[in-house]
Design a protein around this ligand. Structure first.
Ligand SMILES: Cc1ncc(COP(=O)(O)O)c(C=O)c1O
Length: 382
């Protein structure tokens, strides 16, 4: 039996950064711990003001914010949606749940974002949406994506799970598409364990979004006194997080500068201390185009081969450091194959999913821990 040493440096470690405990107590004392209480409103307002988005609805997860998108866009069985193969299952599931056919696109080898140069050839009369994912919180080529979408009258929805407060050409990620989804899962920069948000950039969709999020009822209008009773008016589900979670999240949001400046330090430390080693060993480090302000969500590296990647994960783990790989190509997953995915469809995705390794990255990571990670990597010679 192989013995693994204890983990000394966690890949992720969710921590409180401010008034999380106090605010949760306040939520409980208020007597309203279901959805849309005062902390939910504070979080929504904070995001609306910070990002300049007309309406933000907190949701129970990014997955659920994504699930609301195809309903709001009126996606029907047989419609097609273009999605990068290099993403999480939630991006595609949302559309498949409505009967849409996913069309998987490869990613750019530099940013690992949807390759906009391949987009136009995938468009058919059935294409109804394009769902770019800002991988690692570094913006996709939104100018080109939006130009093509406008030309063919196709909606753009952003999966911005990684990218809160990242910018593309000075504009916040999540503000380009008709809709965008955020994640507050425990691995994200800002977290409440499980949580998300739907950013609604088209005000015409706000009222229906409130209904879908409230089990298909017009309860939000009732609470605002706009109708005298509420009833079932549309399809929907229960996508409201408890106000206890919103209380936790609001404390994190209040500490936006502290969190983001810490994460910038962590990212910059890795880059500074690993770039010579990476150059000497043919390891690719993240590429941030000069017109992108990244969200500092993760630090990844592309090792030359799968064997090198697995070797480095094992080398780090033997020394108590937890590092992880990321997405497997969706077009080659069990579900992707059912939609006709074949090896060779998305060669960059197929390659990078074997090569990618993510280093420990969280809001409590110390410089000493990072130094240990760096020193251990530098010992890994090949
Ligand atoms: C790109 C992307 N979209 C969506 C999700 C799902 O997020 P959540 O766990 O908040 O539902 C993830 C998960 O990390 C993700 O990486």
């Amino acid at each position: 039996m192989s013995t693994q040493p204890p983990i000394l440096v966690d890949f992720n470690c969710p921590v409180t950064v401010g008034n999380e405990m106090d605010y949760m107590k306040q939520a409980i004392a208020s007597g309203k711990i279901s959805g849309d209480g005062s902390f939910t409103k504070k979080c929504s307002q904070f995001l609306e003001e910070a990002l300049g988005v007309p309406k933000v609805l907190l949701t129970t997860s990014c997955t659920h914010a994504l699930d609301m998108m195809p309903i709001l866009l009126g996606i029907r069985p047989g419609d097609e949606v273009i999605i990068p193969s290099f993403t999480f299952a939630s991006t595609v599931n949302a559309f498949v749940l409505r009967g849409a056919r996913p069309v998987f696109l490869d990613v750019r080898p530099d940013t690992l974002n949807l390759d906009e140069s391949l987009l136009e050839r995938k468009i058919t009369p059935q294409t109804k949406a394009i769902a770019p994912v800002h991988y690692a919180g570094i913006g996709c080529e939104m100018d080109a994506i939006l130009d093509i979408a406008r030309l063919y009258n196709i909606a753009v929805v952003e999966d911005n799970a990684h990218g809160l407060f990242g910018k593309y050409k000075g504009k916040y990620l999540g503000t380009f598409g008709t809709l965008a989804a955020q994640s507050f899962h425990e691995t994200k920069n800002f977290s409440c364990g499980e949580g998300g948000a739907l950013l609604i950039n088209d005000p015409a969709l706000v009222e229906r979004a409130e209904i879908i999020r409230e089990k298909g009822t017009n309860r939000s209008r009732f609470f605002r006194g706009q109708v005298d009773k509420y009833t079932w008016v549309d399809i929907g589900s229960s996508y409201l997080p408890s106000d206890i979670l919103a209380a936790f999240l609001y404390a994190q949001m209040e500490n936006r500068e502290k969190i983001q400046s810490h994460r910038k330090r962590v990212w910059s430390f890795y880059l500074k201390n690993l770039k010579d080693w990476a150059l000497a060993h043919d390891v690719q480090l993240p590429h941030v185009p000069e017109y992108c302000d990244q969200a500092y969500h993760m630090f990844f590296m592309l090792l030359p081969t799968l064997e090198h990647r697995q070797g480095l994960i094992a080398h780090l783990r033997q020394r108590g450091i937890d590092s992880v790989f990321h997405y497997l190509p969706l077009h080659l997953s069990d579900m992707g194959l059912r939609f006709g995915g074949q090896t060779g469809d998305c060669p960059v995705t197929e390659r990078v999913s074997d090569q990618l390794l993510r280093l420990p990255f969280h809001n409590a990571l110390t410089e000493a821990e990072q130094q240990k990670v760096v020193d251990t990597i530098l010992e890994f010679d090949f």
